[in-house]
Design a protein around this ligand. Structure first.
Ligand SMILES: [Zn+2]
Length: 444
């Protein structure tokens, strides 16, 4: 494809990518000013075109017709449950034509139904430009192949095994023949199948998968099936990356893990710094706050609720949205990039277990899909009793197939590798909360 025939979105992505390469080293004052202007435009749009914000932002407008910094900080944060309850109210009734085509995406579902959000071509362009900046920071060669082992769609409780199709992943503004090919495989397939598939790659390539899946692959006996392939780096997302896993990856694959933090609702939020290991906030496209329980701003190093305002979500504006993750701000990075940083331990408490040697994070889709097979009719949750000790608490309707506890214990013990004690406990009240929702993991 010649440059003249490229879709307009590819040109826009390239322009934004070039702009982001420069802005990550711009004076912080310039970044802050740009973010304020972008935020102001978003607030005006949300108040004018969405029922939810028409109601919730009225009264915050100053005499200038704008919502100032104090007004913004007085906007109540919202969580996923609130968005689900008021769902139609978040959809913009007048999306600017310049934001392009709209589509609905589903977020991952750990319990209950996935959340639907509206994305536009503009949100995709902003995310693509930022992810290519991330790749560029790690000198990623976007003309090489990418082997992706992820959930086949946003709805992670699907149980199908292999899922292969082919596409390109490299810069959309270069001809297809110069773009890396994308090869996909399902994370719900067995380690042996994944390893055999990775062993078929003959040229150097990149691997993209979840940290928990990488952990399983590297601990698996099948690892020898792809030990001779040349994986240049592992791109990860979706879960925290432990220092142990980074070290194991270096030892066994001879390469680094390159991680970023993103959510389906808000897009790309922060990317690992190649030098410090902190995560640079994507300041140009997302306003990130870390808040205390009382809504106050956390100090640097203080753990709080990650709070996001994606600045290009004109189809489904989310202002001060809390996806449920905890994070800590970091001090200015030594690498020369001026984008503010989060520390590397962004995590979701309800997906996190303490397992003797450290914090472990579940890949909800993987765990739930397997437990749904082992306990097809049961309602269950994992209860952290103390460090390294979890209970599988379950109940099932009268007449349903009984849970085979030994299978559950064997699966969970092997899944977590580290020293962990698993006890099954039947409890008719499991999973019942007043809101009808429950977390996969909770602590006593
Ligand atoms: Zn840095």
């Amino acid at each position: 494809m010649s440059q003249d025939n490229l879709p307009e979105n590819a040109h826009l992505t390239q322009r934004m990518f070039n702009s982001l390469l420069a802005s990550q080293r711009a004076p912080l004052d310039d970044l802050v000013l740009h973010q304020k202007q972008t935020l102001q435009a978003l607030l005006t749009h949300a108040a004018a075109t969405t029922p939810f914000y028409r109601e919730h932002l009225s009264g915050l407008t100053e005499t200038t017709g704008r919502i100032g910094p104090d007004g913004f900080r007085s906007i109540e944060s919202i969580d996923r449950a609130r968005v689900e309850r008021c769902w139609p109210g978040f959809i913009s009734q007048d999306i600017p034509v310049s934001h392009g085509q709209q589509r609905i995406v589903m977020t991952a579902a750990t319990a209950g139904a996935p959340l639907r959000v509206v994305r536009t071509a503009m949100t995709d362009i902003a995310d693509a430009a930022a992810i290519f900046r991330h790749y560029d920071n790690f000198k990623t060669d976007c003309s090489l192949d990418m082997a992706e082992i992820m959930a086949p769609s946003g709805y992670t409780r699907r149980r199908e095994g292999r899922h292969i199709d082919r596409d390109h992943w490299g810069h959309p503004w270069v001809p297809d023949c110069d773009r890396g090919r994308l090869h996909r495989y399902s994370v719900f397939s067995s380690c042996a199948d994944q390893a055999a598939w990775l062993g078929t790659f003959e040229k150097p390539f990149y691997l993209r998968t979840y940290p928990s899946n990488l952990h399983r692959l590297l601990e698996s006996a099948a690892q020898s099936d792809f030990a001779d392939t040349n994986i240049l780096a592992v791109h990860s997302t979706g879960e925290p990356v432990s220092p142990d896993l980074r070290e194991t990856c270096r030892l066994k694959l001879g390469c680094e893990i390159i991680d970023h933090y993103a959510t389906a609702e808000c897009g790309l939020v922060a990317t690992q710094c190649p030098e410090s290991g902190d995560y640079h906030i994507q300041q140009e496209s997302c306003l990130v706050e870390v808040l205390r329980d009382d809504g106050g701003q956390c100090d640097i190093g203080e753990s709080g609720h990650l709070t996001l305002t994606p600045l290009y979500n004109y189809g489904f504006p989310l202002i001060r949205y809390q996806p449920g993750d905890k994070a800590r701000l970091s001090s200015a990075c030594s690498c020369g990039r001026t984008l503010p940083c989060l520390q590397a331990d962004i995590h979701r408490p309800e997906h996190t277990l303490l397992a003797g040697t450290g914090v472990m994070t579940l890949l909800p889709g993987r765990i739930t899909s397997t437990l749904d097979v082992l306990a097809p009719d049961a309602r269950w949750r994992l209860l952290q009793v103390d460090d390294g000790h979890i209970n599988f608490v379950y109940s099932y309707p009268r007449g349903a197939r009984r849970v085979k506890e030994s299978d559950i214990v064997r699966f969970l013990t092997s899944e977590f590798k580290h020293a962990i004690v698993v006890v099954c406990q039947e409890d008719p009240a499991v999973g019942c909360t007043s809101g009808g929702k429950f977390s996969l993991i909770s602590s006593v």
